[in-house]
Every structure is written in C-alpha cells, then in structure tokens.
Design a protein around this ligand. Structure first.
Ligand SMILES: [Zn+2]
Ligand SMILES: [Zn+2]
Length: 146
C-alpha cells in the first residue's frame, strides 16, 4: 500500500492527498515572500498531489508569463504553484499537509533574494536563482537529447 498524506486549506473545503514520499524545498524569492507573507515551504510528492475535494473553490492567479498560483476562494489559503506548460505537476505548501515528524528540508532556492531578518538551521543545499536556472537548463538540454 502506498503512503498517503492528507492535507487541506484553512477552511477545510479543499482537501488534498500527497502520494508517496514528500520533498520540502524553501523558496526565498521576492514573489513567494509577497504571496505567502514569508518564505515558501514548498512540497512535492514523488507520487504526485491529488485534489480530493473542493476543486470548485480553487482559484488561479497568473503570477508570471509561465506560472500560476492557486488559492482557496473561501479562506484565501495559498496552496499551489504550477507551470502553465505542465499544469498536472502541482507544487503545494508543506503547511497544508499533516506531515509526520522527522522530515528535513531538502534544499533552499533563490537564497540571493533572502532578506537578513530570518534564517533556517540545517545544512541543506542553498542555491541562488542563477544556480537553479543553470540546473534547469541542463535538465532541459538532457531531455532534448533523449
Ligand atoms: Zn479554504
Ligand atoms: Zn519563489
């Protein structure tokens, strides 16, 4: 039986299920901080994220030419990030899920945009925006060689 971790927005109308192993990244970019009111503790699951209930309450905001951010139209909880080119790949927020204890942060991204007034403990890898984009481009190049 595969592992399922449940999640929900603040009002409970949108219910989520994360399938498989969770992976938590922290994004320090200015856009995430404005959207969430602080750094984004993003989460993905190796088996994907399912919207179990309340999809009719979900609203999408076009936050850039390439991405959308999803939130609950009733309680305003910030829930999702997705690329327009891959709308089925949902990135969610760690705080939305009932996670077990003992999880660690996988990595930090856009650390060059991180303000001085907070920090995280731990030795997780820290990538600047440029380093992240370079990795993304290398992955794209890899795919085009398939
Ligand atoms: Zn809600
Ligand atoms: Zn961000």
């Amino acid at each position: 039986m595969s592992n399922v971790i449940k999640g929900n927005c603040l009002c409970g109308s949108i219910k989520l299920a994360g399938h498989g192993a969770p992976l938590i990244d922290v994004c320090h970019c200015g856009q995430c901080r404005r959207w969430h009111g602080g750094p984004a503790l993003g989460i993905k699951f190796d088996g994907g994220i399912e919207i179990v209930a309340g999809e009719e309450n979900l609203r999408w905001y076009d936050s850039s030419a390439w991405a959308q951010r999803g939130f609950c139209g009733t309680c305003g909880s910030t829930l999702f990030y997705r690329l327009r080119d891959a709308p089925e790949d949902l990135y969610a927020q760690a705080g939305s899920f009932h996670l077990p204890k003992g999880l660690a942060i996988h990595e930090h991204i856009f650390v060059d945009e991180q303000p001085d007034y907070y920090d995280f403990k731990g030795e997780a890898e820290r990538l600047t925006g440029a380093e992240l984009m370079a990795r993304f481009e290398a992955e794209q190049a890899g795919h085009s060689n398939d």
